[in-house]
Structure formats: structure tokens, C-alpha cells
Design a protein around this ligand. Structure first.
Ligand code: PCA
Length: 206
């Protein structure tokens, strides 16, 4: 059976009409080596984002799930190291919800580390000349909500879970250094998917 990587991007939210995460994810190849890439667009809604991904994952049973979101203002592609058990919206989500000081999962641990090789991704993407750095906070909005929920759900299983924040596209920002061309984001995510799928191969062969 072919291996599968589920890769997700978000709807636009807030004042933005476009979200580079989905724009890039939908342009990724359909397969990397013998690993199929299954792409999914996810709503920017607390709780619903993770439900959407978990539903798809239950259907296709991927070896790994890599989620992608926009982090406006960041100048690099940033794999997230950790997801935390906190919801704190600084703007309403796309369903109008703005939770404050709530847990993602009541009674869940404070945090989980990502289970994809984040350092390997940073190294491989930087080698291509694309700005890439670890991030130690995915924030407390819907991206973190999704990351934490998936890490909680797959904790102790073989399914790898990771999250990558990407910068604005050049047309979304006035600040020149804060925009990254779509092709570069697509290239960075392709490399990240290669690293994640390669890691899955090594795991299987061990
Ligand atoms: N970025 C937001 C949610 C959706 C997205 O693309 C975040 O960083 O939480």
C-alpha cells in the first residue's frame, strides 16, 4: 500500500482575502517518491479546524499530517516546535468565536512537542537558500488549536504531526522583507514534505 502524507492549508481570515498556506499547499505535487500527498483546505474556526483534519485522517489513515498556516509579519518559513493547551483569540475566528483563556482540551497537558523532524526541515530548506527557522510558539489562535489537538489525538501512536507557519505573500504586506514569493513557499513546503516522508521511510525500515 502507498504511504500517505496529509497536508493542510487554511482559508483566508481577518482582513486578508487570500491565505498563502492554502495557495501553496494546493500547488504541491500529488506525490513525493512513493508517498501520496493528500491536500485539504481547513476552516479558520476553533475546534472545527481539527475536526475537519481528524475526519479526513480517519478516512485515509496517513503516516504523517503536516499542517500549514499564515503567520503575517514573519520573515521566514517556520516549523513549529510545540503546541500549547491555550485558546486566546486576538480577533474573532471565521465563525465569530473569540475564546479567552480557555484550554484547547480540558484536562490536557500544558504542551506537546511536534513529532516531525523540525530541525531536519530547517536544515534542508535553508540549503535551498530559503529563509527558514524554528519557531517555539505557534501562538494561541486557530493554528495552535489545530496543532495541539492533533498532537493530543495522536500522542503515543506512529502518526507524525507537524505544523509550519509561512509568511505573507508580497501582495499582502507593505513591508518588503515580510513578504515571500509563492514559488519559494511552495518549494519550502515541498522540501519539508520530502523530509517528513523520508523520515517515515526510515522508521518503516528500522
Ligand atoms: N493562521 C492563523 C490561523 C489560520 C492561519 O493561516 C494562526 O496562526 O493561528
Amino acid at each position: 500500500m502507498k504511504r500517505k502524507l496529509l497536508i493542510t492549508g487554511f482559508d483566508p481570515f481577518g482582513k486578508d482575502k487570500i491565505n498563502p498556506s492554502w495557495e501553496a499547499v494546493k500547488r504541491l505535487p500529488d506525490a513525493i517518491g512513493d508517498c501520496d500527498l493528500i491536500k485539504l483546505r481547513v476552516p479558520v474556526v476553533f475546534g472545527e479546524a481539527a475536526e475537519t483534519v481528524l475526519r479526513k485522517a480517519a478516512e485515509i489513515r496517513p503516516e504523517a499530517i503536516l499542517c500549514v498556516g499564515q503567520a503575517g509579519g514573519r520573515k521566514a518559513v517556520t516549523p513549529e516546535v510545540v503546541g500549547i493547551n491555550l485558546r486566546e483569540a486576538s480577533l474573532p475566528d471565521n465563525a465569530g468565536k473569540s475564546p479567552q483563556n480557555e484550554p484547547v482540551i480540558a484536562g490536557g497537558p500544558a504542551a506537546y512537542f511536534s513529532t516531525v523532524p523540525v530541525r531536519g526541515i530547517v536544515e534542508a530548506v535553508k540549503k535551498e537558500g530559503i529563509s527558514c527557522a524554528l519557531s517555539y510558539s505557534a501562538g494561541v489562535y486557530v493554528c495552535n488549536d489545530l496543532l495541539y489537538t492533533l498532537l493530543h489525538h495522536y500522542n503515543g501512536t506512529a502518526t507524525r504531526v507537524g505544523f509550519i507557519h509561512v509568511p505573507y505573500l508580497p501582495e499582502q504586506t507593505q513591508e518588503k522583507e515580510a513578504g515571500m514569493e509563492l514559488e519559494r513557499i511552495v518549494r519550502a513546503l515541498t522540501i519539508a514534505a520530502e523530509v517528513v516522508s523520508g523520515e517515515c521511510v526510515q522508521e518503516c525500515e528500522r
